[in-house]
Design a protein around this ligand. Sequence first.
Ligand SMILES: Nc1ncnc2c1ncn2[C@@H]1O[C@H](COP(=O)(O)OP(=O)(O)OP(=O)(O)O)[C@@H](O)[C@H]1O
Ligand SMILES: [Mg+2]
Length: 455
Amino acid sequence: MILDYEGYEVLTAPTGEDGIAQAEREAPDLVFLDVKMPGMDGLEVLQRLRHLVEVTPIVVISGHGTVSTAVEATKLGAFDFIEKPLERERVLVMVRNAVDSRRLRTENRSFKRDAEKRYQIVGDSPLLARVRESIAKAAPTSATVLIWGESGVGKELVARAIHRESLRRDGPFVQVNCAAIPDELIESELFGHEKGSFTGATDRQIGKFEQADKGTIFLDEIGDMSLKTQAKVLRVLQEQELERLGSNRIIKVDVRVIAATNKNLEEEIIKSTFREDLFYRLNVIPIHVPALRDRKDDLAALVRHFADLFSKENNFRRKTFTTGAMQRLMQHHWRGNIRELRNFVERIIIMSPGDQIDVKDMPDFTGARPADTASSLLIAGNGPAASTSPASGGNDWMGASTLQEFKSTSERAFLVNKLRENTWNISKTAEVIDTPRSNLYKKLEQYQISQESDG
Ligand SMILES: Nc1ncnc2c1ncn2[C@@H]1O[C@H](COP(=O)(O)OP(=O)(O)OP(=O)(O)O)[C@@H](O)[C@H]1O
Ligand SMILES: [Mg+2]
C-alpha cells in the first residue's frame, strides 16, 4: 500500500515459486522478499533469483530481526535487509537507494559492453586464430608479453585483450606510447618525480608504473625507447620496484608488462640501439600479429564490421559491399593494414550515396599496385623488419600512420629514385641532391638501401 500510494507499480506473490516466475516474466526494478514463507524459504528464493535477474536489487524482509539471517542474506547477494514492522519512511528510502544502484549497475555494464565492442578482435583466419590462442595462454599468467607486427595490425587490441582476460582485469590498464614522449620526459612519465626534482617539476607526479599497480602497463613502440630508459625499465621488470625522480625511496609495484613494437628488436640489438637483456626479459611470451595481406580471410568480416560500425555512427542504413568491390579490396596490398582498411571503409561509407557499395563507388581506389612489389624488393634482409621498414612505392602514403613514418617513407623513396637516375653513383647522386656524401652514406645505411637489393 505504501508503494502503491507513492505511484510505484506493485506485483505480489504468495509463494517463492510464484515470485520467481513473476520476476522472470516482469523483470522488476526491485524485489522485496520475505524470509519465512510456505514452501521455498526466502534465502533459497534469493539464491535462485540472483542467477535469474542479476542486476535487480533484492531487499530481504526479516521477521524477527535475526542478525544471522541478515548477514547470510547479504552474503547471498541481497542489496539490503529491513525489519518488520515496516516503517513507511525506511521503505521509501530503501526503494530510492536500490533503484539508483540498479541504474548505476546497468549503466556500468553498458559502458563495459561498449568498450568491449570497441576493442573487439574481428576475423576468423587461421593466423588470427593462432593469435587468439596465444592471448588465451598468456592472459592468466603474469608473464611479460612482447607483441610485434607491422603498423596497424592490431597490436594494441591484442594487449587490451590480454589484460581483459587476465586476473588483473579489474585493475588498471595503463598505456604509454614511448615514441610520442620526448626523451627528456619519458623517465618522469614512467617513474614519476618529486616536486622540485628538476626545473619545471612544480608538483609531484605519480608515474605510469605506479598508476598501473595491480594492473597492466602497456609499453607501446618500445623500440623507440632510449638506452638509458631501457636500463631503468629493466630494473622495474627484474625487481618490481622503482624510485621517483628526485627521491631515494624505493616503491614496490605489482605490474604486468606488455610491450609492443613494429621494429625488429633483434636487428636493433645488433645496431646497439636496444638492450639484449631487456629484449629477453620482455620476450617471455612473443606474439606476432600478422599483416593483413597475409590473412585475407579476415578481410570480409572486417569490412562488414567496420561498415556496420560507421553506418551506425553516421545514422545510415546498413551499407554493404558488392562481390566486385570486395574482390577489389582483396587485391589491395594494405600496407597500412587494418588501420588503412578501417579508414578506407569509413570514408567510403560516408561518401557513397547508395546502400550498396560497388567498384564504381571507389574510383580513387587502385587495388594492387605494381609499385608495392617493386618496393618490397628494395628492402634488404628478412625477418619482421623486412616487412615493416618504411618502404618506397608510388605516392601511397596511406601506409604511414605517423608523420615520422611518412617522412622516412618518402625520404627513402626519393633517395632510391635519385640513385637509379644516377646509375647508383653515390658521389654524383650526392651532388645532384645537394647533400654531403657522408650524409648520403648514412641514409643508405639507415634505410638499408643498396643496389643489390634493387632487383
Ligand atoms: N582484428 C581486428 N578487428 C577489429 N578491428 C581491428 C582489428 N585489428 C585492428 N583493428 C583496428 O585497427 C586499428 C589499428 O589497430 P591497433 O591500433 O591495435 O594497431 P597497432 O598494431 O597497435 O598499430 P601501430 O603499430 O600503428 O600502433 C584500430 O582502430 C583497431 O581497432
Ligand atoms: Mg599501436
